[in-house]
Design a protein. Structure first.
Length: 374
């Protein structure tokens, strides 16, 4: 494993410089690879529609972020027929030809071109159910890979509520880097929190269209703060003042996600000073019953924070009341919050134990590589 080079194709970290949590999705995988002794190449595509005048600045920002984790020397950019590429856009970055010599492409980007140029390729699906629907309905054109992984437990199973896109899917839990997410104690009076994007997602499939935003997921639970004394806070990428006022009127604390979690360090600090997580899921994850769990929730668990999250289907991995509580309706959510608070110290220990047992990045990534490189 020591000599293995893995090219990790991230999806949009160059285009989303303020999304600290988004960066951690891929960072946890990269840190797991590093723990195994792998050389990590971080590949980001720059589509032709990306503003040329902004490329150099965004690349510098990304390199600064990667430098804090010792990953800056492995940055690879894939510029796709960019007519007005600035002359200094690739300064300090590796050439794509270096990336294609990697032992494995670990790809999170459904529209990544030139996949066939790599020795071995593995696609990782982090939107279970949705990815398969998008492929079947031709909303994305997923290139052929040598192997396909998914974080959805029911993907490809006979009882799945969606097609498998005629691909063989291998389940993997999502990872969290345990050394980077050490247990931290929340200050007195800290709220249960979450970080979320409020808008901009609809699902269209088989003649049906429905709102798949976090806003739609939270609305049935709008008056939850009125039913409990436990403080609840949402850090939201929102920009909608009427909804912000509505949430506050119902008793939610509301923060601007860009302000409190706008880089990897502030995102981590926000979770570490939280009492735990409370979050609803997007409607698709509840509908499709894939047992999806958020990469964000894993960070709470690893930090020793119990998570109260919406039920997304029967699971072989996720417990119901041990470190994580999975609610089905608002009354159940109240009970879960109260029970977690009443048994808080033990639930903190169980949260970390759950992360160690099932989501340790070093072990998760090792199993993925074992299959992908077989």
């Amino acid at each position: 494993m020591m000599a293995t080079t893995i090219c990790l194709a991230a999806n949009g970290t160059l285009q989303s410089p303020k999304a600290g949590g988004f960066f951690w999705i891929y960072l946890n995988w990269a840190l797991g690879l590093r723990e195994l002794g792998c050389r990590v190449l971080w590949l980001e595509r720059i589509p032709p529609t990306f503003p040329s005048c902004d490329i150099a600045r965004r690349v510098r920002q990304l390199k600064t972020r990667l430098r804090k984790f010792g990953l800056e020397d492995g940055l690879v950019l894939s510029l796709e027929a960019h007519a007005n590429r600035p002359s200094d856009a690739l300064a300090g970055c590796l050439d794509f030809e270096v990336a294609r010599e990697a032992d494995l492409l670990l790809n999170f980007c459904s529209d990544l071109p030139r996949v066939q140029h790599f020795r071995r390729s593995a696609f990782v699906d982090i939107d279970p159910g949705l990815t398969q629907i998008w492929v079947v309905s031709s909303q994305i054109a997923l290139q052929r890979h040598d192997i396909y992984f998914t974080i959805g437990e029911t993907v490809g199973k006979p009882d799945a509520l969606f097609p498998d896109a005629d691909l063989e899917w291998h389940y993997t839990p999502p990872p969290v880097s345990l050394p980077r997410w050490s247990v931290t104690q929340a200050p007195n009076g800290a709220p249960f929190t979450t970080v979320t994007n409020w808008w901009r997602e609809w699902v269209q499939y088989d003649g049906e269209s429905y709102d798949n935003t976090k806003r739609a997921g939270f609305l049935p639970f709008l008056d939850l703060p009125r039913r409990t004394q436990i403080p609840l806070e949402l850090a939201i990428v929102m920009g909608a003042k009427p909804d912000r006022a509505l949430l506050k009127a119902e008793g939610w604390r509301v923060e601007d996600a860009w302000r409190v979690t706008g880089n990897p360090q502030s995102y981590q600090a926000y979770i570490q000073r939280s009492r735990g997580e409370f979050s609803c899921a997007k409607p698709s994850y509840v509908r499709l019953q894939t047992a999806w769990i958020s990469d964000r929730t894993l960070c709470y668990l690893a930090a020793g924070k119990p998570a109260i999250v919406q039920h997304t289907g029967p699971s072989r991995v996720l417990p119901e009341r041990s470190g994580i509580f999975r609610f089905t309706d608002i009354d159940h959510a109240v009970r879960c919050l109260e029970d977690a608070a009443a048994d808080y110290d033990r639930q903190c220990r169980l949260a970390r134990a759950l992360a160690e047992e099932h989501f340790d990045a070093k072990r998760v990534v090792a199993r993925v590589l074992e299959r992908a490189l077989a």
